[in-house]
Write a protein that binds this ligand. Sequence first.
Ligand code: NDP
Ligand code: 8X3
Length: 249
Amino acid sequence: MNTVLVTGASSGFGKAICQKLIADGYKVIGAARRVDKLSELARQLDDNFLPFQLDVTKKDAVENLLLSLPDKFKPIDILINNAGLALGMEPAYEANYADWEIMVNTNIIGLMHLTRIILPEMVKRNSGYIINLGSTAGNYAYQGGNVYGATKAFVKQFSANLRTDLLGKKIRVTNIEPGLCGNTEFSNVRFHGNGKQAAAVYQGVEFIKPEDIANTVSWLVNSPKHFNVNNIEIMPTAQASGGLKVIKN
Ligand code: NDP
Ligand code: 8X3
């Protein structure tokens, strides 16, 4: 039975991915900072789920995860770099710089920590799969997307470059690029707990659900090993790119 490490398992996509992959028969390590949420999830799942408190921005903590895993959950066959966040939607000239730093530290540096620490073991075994959570925000510019979108553009290019470095090895890499997805804490976090502003994002839209992303992950990990999906961009039917805009005098 393969072991999967899912970061950002306390909520949204990560939680749904853990639920789906446990149902599929995997052993799953669910990592996030909020242990209360992870313990609540562990109560719903069986003992093939291991909750693990982890702040992905702390390199030592990521190294410690590998060292302190019980034998049952070793080695990690599949890494799902899902932990991430957007903070703020102000234009770049008004944005909170501390928010920018947190997004870079989590979405870029955190993902680098997990990848750099876990990938060598996959290479030694010549087997593994890394699935990254990018975003349509890494493909299309939108107002207020500034640093968040740029972190997801990093995730896209890093995923493509990993594929290139791993050519000839039996290790797969996929970047999942979702558009508007609801029933997660994403917008609550983005708007610093302003529930009204967060709810307005989803009003009147049939958005993508965490289960849709979990089903996509399940399809990917259960697909044949000779088959690599490089990028998969997923939007609600109600969403498309807005095209170029011109402001006339
Ligand atoms: P949620 O806010 O619901 O979940 C984010 C998860 O990331 C939480 O479990 C949170 O756990 C975890 N996390 C945040 N910071 C850290 C950290 N420093 N260390 C460890 N875990 C951390 O959001 P979503 O489920 O919607 O988002 C999941 C991913 O999908 C993100 O990367 C996001 O950018 C991406 N995405 C989301 C879209 C959407 O519309 N919802 C669309 C496209 C991409 P905790 O706070 O307990 O640490
Ligand atoms: C989340 C999708 O459009 O809010 O990555 O940036 S969006």
